[in-house]
Design a binder for this molecule. Structure first.
Ligand code: NAD
Length: 359
């Protein structure tokens, strides 16, 4: 790939409010959008943060707290949340949490057009995308619809102080994956290329500081990581993803592996696979990581900071690698390097064993 000389750039209508303490601006955000009654969504573990939101926006503006968000948005949970929103007269949903909670907000919006305001507390990036996923009978159906894109996103690093170190690191590398694939996206554009490089840089700088103990929500590491997550999420929402995201979707969905960890383990190998076909993207990723090579740079970033580097350490069985390879080859998709079965199978073996990429 060379520098892009022809492209399409589609801007998206979203407000982004960023900064320590910006949660206090949620009432203003509701007002700006003409909204006056919110159902607050969260996981059971983040109930206290959702209650904090309810207090902040005031009893007259709260339609209740729905605290049943779980990973992969099971259809039953989506129905229950939609029904709670309808029965309590909500005119919007506020999702406070990671990709699972924001995903639940999107599932409500998909059928009801209820606007979503997102308050992200991980680095997964769902708040910046029109992508949704709903799981029914063990199958995750994903799609794109502008109605699910959160209208307003409030990034408050103070809310990320409780994110455990291990999830902080893997979630940050999950975000880097969006930007890395964005840099070799066939439908990419120079704006997203800039955001991707800046996003990787911010996250690669934040990870060592988080690992060294700067976990407090008021630290510059937390602010930097959330800033990077915003940029990388915007890339995910704007341009097409390739081999890495498809593999992670397969591994997460079919073998029930944890989301951020799978991204962390697979990314170095997906970059090593695509490297020869996307040299400029690799150069940019390496520069943003401040490392000599993109694939090795991501691997070292994970390993140095205590993140998993092998699929076998996060619940994958070696006996399932063959099937994973078959599934990954089932539906063709754009990728800088053509999908070759033997090379893909080797990629999965390397990821399973946690080998450091050769380049
Ligand atoms: N549609 C999209 O564009 C998109 C993008 C990224 C991820 N996703 C989806 O999001 C899900 C993964 O999201 P995730 O990685 O953010 O994890 P998550 O939302 O499942 O959160 C993991 C756990 O961490 C807890 N948690 C989150 N923030 C916390 C905080 N600040 N302090 C303490 N605990 C906190 C949550 O309550 C949860 O128990 C997957 O289902 C994935 O497919 C979707």
């Amino acid at each position: 790939m060379t520098i892009r000389t022809a492209f399409t750039y589609q801007a998206r209508a979203q407000r982004v409010v960023f900064g320590a303490g910006s949660l206090a601006r949620l009432p203003e955000e509701m007002h700006a959008l003409g909204l006056c009654r919110a159902l607050v969504l969260c996981t059971p573990a983040q109930r206290a943060q959702a209650e904090q939101v309810a207090v902040l926006i005031g009893p007259a503006q709260v339609a209740g707290v729905f605290d049943q968000a779980v990973m992969h948005v099971p259809i039953g949970t989506a129905h229950a949340a939609r029904e709670a929103a309808r029965a309590r007269g909500a005119d919007c949903a506020i999702a406070i949490g990671g990709g699972s909670t924001i995903g639940l907000g999107k599932a409500i919006a998909l059928d009801t057009d209820l606007p979503v305001l997102a308050v992200p507390t991980t680095y997964a990036g769902s708040e910046m995308t029109p992508i949704y996923g709903i799981t029914e009978d063990g199958l995750k159906r994903t799609g794109k619809d502008d109605r699910v894109l959160p209208r307003s996103v409030v990034y408050d690093p103070l809310l990320t102080g409780g994110l455990p170190l291990a999830l902080s690191v893997t979630s940050a590398i999950n975000a880097i994956a969006h930007a890395a694939e964005g840099l070799y996206a066939m439908d990419g554009n120079p704006v997203m290329d800039l955001m991707a490089q800046e996003g990787i840089r911010a996250l690669a700088q934040a990870i060592p500081a988080l690992h060294a103990g700067s976990l407090d929500g008021a630290s510059s590491a937390r602010a930097g990581a959330l800033y990077g997550a915003w940029l990388c999420g915007a890339v995910l929402g704007s341009v097409g993803m390739a081999l890495h995201h498809k593999l992670c979707h397969t591994l997460g969905g079919s073998f029930n592996l944890p989301h951020a960890e799978v991204h962390t383990v697979v990314l170095p190998h997906a970059l090593a696979y695509n490297g020869p076909a996307a040299p400029l993207a690799m150069e940019r990723i390496a520069r943003a990581l401040d490392a000599p090579h993109a694939a090795q740079g991501v691997y070292d970033l994970a390993q140095r900071h205590g993140a998993p580097v092998a699929l076998r350490d996060i619940g994958m069985r070696e006996a399932d690698l063959e099937r994973a390879c078959d599934i990954a080859l089932q539906t063709p998709y754009p990728n800088p390097r053509p999908l070759e079965r033997a090379a893909l199978r080797q990629l999965l073996q390397d990821a399973y064993e946690g080998r450091r990429p050769l380049r």
